[in-house]
Design a protein around this ligand. Structure first.
Ligand code: NAI
Ligand code: MG
Length: 362
């Protein structure tokens, strides 16, 4: 049966980069017998303009029932003034919250042709292929109590609370173990159990889950500050890293800079499995709507195409088809075909969004 996709192209360059994904999806249907039924809806600023809200209930209903959601990007200066609850980002937040997307997957992969775009030396990053799994719905960004209280005498106190429960830790760790099995079979769990109670619980629960269900995966533990150092000292030592919301925020941005190109970075967010074992999932590039280049055919579609490849691999177990896309991207880069954002080194030919899509398809 065809896979049901909801495409939310969004604002700015979102529709431009998503156009190339639709071409590749159509190619898959005609050449690889992997068909997609694509439904499209508005999210972000374009939805505010059309419907007064950044995402409608009808669109949410669709997002909750399809096999996977693909998102472009939301936002732009046009909507910067409006109240936060109806700002473009609120659409994304509602999707993440209602779909309960608790596991955020951020790969950092360095293509040989772009190794010099990294902020590190070529030999440290060439061939890098790691995946950071960040817990996305718990921890210090949401824990109670929180707030700013007045203590009198001009003194104020700001509070946030890091809270994790057994089930929150186990469900994100389970995602990470499963992903490790599909990759290099190694998982590094990152916390600060030396100074944090939540970190101690994190290590105990990950260890217990490993013994119960995933003893075939090679598990190691690392303190978060050491992990931050190791990522720049020797990032290739890692395969999959799993960590909490706060550390994951920092470490995934750090890892992103090992690759050096925002237009190349895909991501996925996964939720709980349904009765059939299928997880709710949303795939999107890490970059935003790039209003500075929107409408000019300059946007790099690779981050969104690689997000589509992640969808094939992680939602549908279509690893061969995902390999095809990632291999085509690598080939095209080897031939020096570049959009402007990655033109830095080894560029033989500067191309538009559409021509990059065509080169990858070919
Ligand atoms: P941005 O990621 O949109 O752009 C940063 C810089 O990178 C810009 O110079 C842009 O031209 C360039 N860039 C980004 N993606 C590119 C691509 N695919 N190809 C070529 N160049 C690319 O971040 P910025 O400028 O901070 O935010 C712009 C808007 O996007 C804001 O409204 C922001 O709120 C929104 N945003 C949305 C996100 C999302 O939808 N998940 C994430 C980040 C920002
Ligand atoms: Mg961040």
């Amino acid at each position: 049966a065809n896979k049901k996709l909801l495409v939310l192209a969004g604002d700015g360059i979102g529709p431009e980069v998503m156009g190339e994904v639709k071409r590749v999806a159509a190619w898959m249907g005609s050449q690889r017998a992997v068909g997609f039924d694509i439904d499209e809806a508005l999210v972000g600023g374009c939805s505010i303009d059309a419907n007064g809200v950044p995402v409608t209930d009808a669109t949410m209903d669709k997002a909750m029932t399809v096999d996977a959601v693909l998102l472009g990007a939301v936002g732009g200066p046009k909507w910067d003034g409006v109240d936060f609850s109806i700002r473009p980002e609120a659409g994304l937040l509602r999707l993440r919250k209602d779909m309960e997307l608790f596991a955020n997957l951020r790969p950092a992969l360095v293509y040989p042709a772009l190794a010099d775009a990294s902020s590190l030396k070529r030999e440290i990053v060439e061939g890098l292929d790691i995946l950071i799994v960040r817990e996305l719905t718990g921890g210090v960004y949401f824990g109670e109590p929180r707030g700013i209280t007045d203590l009198g005498n001009g003194e104020r106190r700001g509070i946030n609370t890091q809270v994790y429960t057994t089930s929150e830790i186990r469900r994100v760790a389970a995602v990470a173990f499963e992903l490790a099995r599909k990759r290099g079979n190694r998982l590094c769990s990152v916390e600060k159990m030396n100074v944090m109670e939540s970190g101690r619980l994190w290590r105990e629960e990950v260890t217990r889950l490993h013994q119960e269900q995933y003893s075939d995966v090679q598990l190691s533990h690392m303190l978060a500050d050491n992990c931050a150092m190791q990522l720049v000292r020797n990032p290739k030592q890692f395969d999959v890293i799993v960590t909490d919301n706060l550390f994951g925020d920092m470490l995934s941005d750090e890892a992103a800079m090992l690759t050096g190109s925002l237009g190349m970075l895909p991501s996925a967010s996964l939720g709980a499995p349904d009765a059939a074992g299928r997880r709710k999932a949303l795939y999107e590039p890490v970059h935003g709507s790039a209003p500075d280049i929107a409408g000019q055919g300059k946007a790099n579609p690779i981050a969104t195409l690689l997000s589509f490849a992640m969808m094939l691999r992680y939602s549908f177990d279509l690893g061969t088809e995902a390999d095809l896309i990632e291999g085509a991207v690598s080939d095209v880069l080897d031939r020096g075909i570049r959009t402007a954002d990655i033109a830095g080194t080894g560029a033989a030919q500067l191309v538009s969004t559409g021509d990059m899509g065509t080169a990858i398809l070919e």
